[in-house]
Design a protein around this ligand. Sequence first.
Ligand code: SF4
Ligand code: SF4
Length: 302
Amino acid sequence: MAEEKKQEGLLNKEISRKDFLRTAGVVGGGVAVSVAAVTVSRLSPPPEVPTGKETIRDIPDFKTVEINEKSDVLLRMQAELKKALAKPVEERRWMMVIDTRKCVGCHACTVACIAENKLPPGVVYRPVVQEEFGEYPNTQLRFFPRPCMQCEEPSCVAVCPVNATWKRPDGITQIDYDKCIGCRYCISACPYGARTSDFGEYYTEDTPELQPYELLSSNEYGKSWNREGHNSPMGNARKCHFCLHRLNEGELPMCVSTCIGRANYFGDANDPDSLVSEKARQPNQVKLLEEKGTKPSVIYLV
Ligand code: SF4
Ligand code: SF4
């Protein structure tokens, strides 16, 4: 009975928040209402992200595996990740290369990302976009997984009225869910559609009870975000963060580990010997919407 009441309360709270957010999106004045509600503490500048020796991560070797040219690329990238983490954060620059010729459009990465980051309905960090090219009858399909590009010049950062999003020294664009007011300026500003709103929905809404997996905390930006109650990141803008919580533990982003086609390369762009740097130097590389001047850190091989 107590559990039923908790579930009911949760749903009611989330529906009212969700309704507010939806109304804010539909009615033009919604953004103004949100911005007017900004408190002084939310207007503080972005935090000084720690740099230097204290950010060096010493990841232990769990087993010794010989890596050679026949090894799974994941093993090489894992070893290179450990090498990058042995440097201070400002000396690493994370980059992803996606080989569209290897991507089979299975969406395993999309689903793995949703499970890893406990994403609710409507929030997707890594959709896979399908493109048809060629001329009939000689047409082909190509797939573009589309995470946040972790742009060097991110248009999402400049528009945030409360400094809730900024660039980290390692190139990842971070969001502070505690500061974000859900005004969605950044969502409109991102040319890649990489950000989505968390409306506080549940997959099993309108059923007798929420499922336990829907209340699991997500681990993003160094904190554990509890979905019970009225808490962030409900109501916030959300996006891919290259699985920062996994990187800090010496693990590759979930989409990279899960890809059945080994279509993803990830690592430190500041290391010229890394596999990802090698791939980024290939002549068949393209960046999406380069003309926007955002300088994306995600590169495609076509
Ligand atoms: S892809 Fe969009 S959300 Fe990501 S850093 Fe670039 S502008 Fe910001
Ligand atoms: S898991 Fe790999 S092959 Fe499947 S859609 Fe994602 S990138 Fe493409």
